[in-house]
Design a protein around this ligand. Sequence first.
Ligand code: PRP
Length: 190
Amino acid sequence: MADGTWYDADIDRVIVSEQQIREKTEDLAKQVAADYRAVESVLLVGVLKGAVMFMADFARALGRYGPKTEMEFMAVSSYGQGTSSSGVVRILKDLDRDITGRHVVIVEDIVDSGLTLSWLRKYLQSRQPASVEVVALFRKPDAIKVQVPVRYVGFDIPNEFVVGYGLDFAERYRELPYVGVLKPEVYARS
Ligand code: PRP
């Protein structure tokens, strides 16, 4: 794992490797493509900022298998700069257009407490789409506070604070190509 990059020095251990993410993204795209083979197009709704890496890779993978996709982004917030959910969801950026009659797939990096997704599903459902499903690359089953249906899940991971592949600590580490746990001293010095 330690290949000399600056961030490897801050990572205690890797939870999901770059290759595992790549393979799983391909698998998820194949599943979604099979389930939506009869529809004209799918509207992917990426949840900023965490989902940006997964959105980009997932959309490209889906492009290899069909159907056609369009991309929208929303930004909502349920975390401050700390490491646990507050349960407060705010819209920081709304959809740019009408989703009436569209087949929507929410693209999330992680389902932690489920509060963000639960709120988002209801919000999008209220806008009369043809359907709303969720693809989440990571899920923490032990952190769930509210049950929310997630049709496509990449990895169930332990209930630890993780960074990388879009996930941040105080806005850092999003660019890591894998997901890992920070060394305790990183928190101590921040
Ligand atoms: C994270 C993550 C999810 C949400 C999951 O976003 O990207 O959207 O929290 O947590 P929950 O299941 O407990 O609601 P965050 O609010 O940290 O914003 P960010 O993506 O901009 O980092």
